[in-house]
Design a protein around this ligand. Sequence first.
Ligand SMILES: Nc1ncnc2c1ncn2[C@@H]1O[C@H](COP(=O)(O)OP(=O)(O)O)[C@@H](O)[C@H]1O
Ligand SMILES: [Mg+2]
Length: 197
Amino acid sequence: MARVIVIANSKGGTGKSTITLNLYQYFIANGASCGILDTDLQQSITLLDTNYEKNIALVDPHTSPEALKDIDYEIVLVDTPPYRTGAGGFMSVADFVLIPVNPSPMDAMAIHSILADVQEAGVKHAVVLNRVAPKTSLTDEIRKTIEAFGCKVLQTQINNRVAYSRSLIYDDLDSEANAKASVELSSLANEVLRLML
Ligand SMILES: Nc1ncnc2c1ncn2[C@@H]1O[C@H](COP(=O)(O)OP(=O)(O)O)[C@@H](O)[C@H]1O
Ligand SMILES: [Mg+2]
């Protein structure tokens, strides 16, 4: 039975697809069998796969939420579109919903709708702060704001690094130049697994 991790946020541009693909590459590199279900009409991951011949294990887009659990992977990552209904059906079969949020007041406020969905579905979930800028107290303030909504915020923070965008093409997060990003991503993957399992 596959473990399903849904990456969702009703807001666009928060890093859902970037984190999905980086997590996928991490899991594969660490010996897990993993697939991605791309439910976004923008098809970011599907297009990357085609244009850069990446050979990503893409799950049949017609797979129903019920059938997803029976898929022959240890982990299925579901990338979702930036609106509320997009993740809808898949919330109900998710083992974990990861919500990337950029640490700004606007983005923090915008998580109410996705929080309502995960709370209604009764699924484990947490926010990961993404595109974090160095040395600003704003990040901690946003963390507290989100925690005050009753939502867990992962200890792991993903900084704003070109390495995460680059690795979508080159899958090179494990190179020496990207050591900091690699440590963050490993920390993210392991924190999600710990909370999910
Ligand atoms: N941690 C990060 N550091 C630098 N750039 C990032 C990071 N996360 C996302 N991005 C960039 O932000 C933009 C939006 O990311 P994307 O994954 O497409 O968001 P979404 O899928 O939520 O719409 C992209 O240009 C992506 O390369
Ligand atoms: Mg996307």
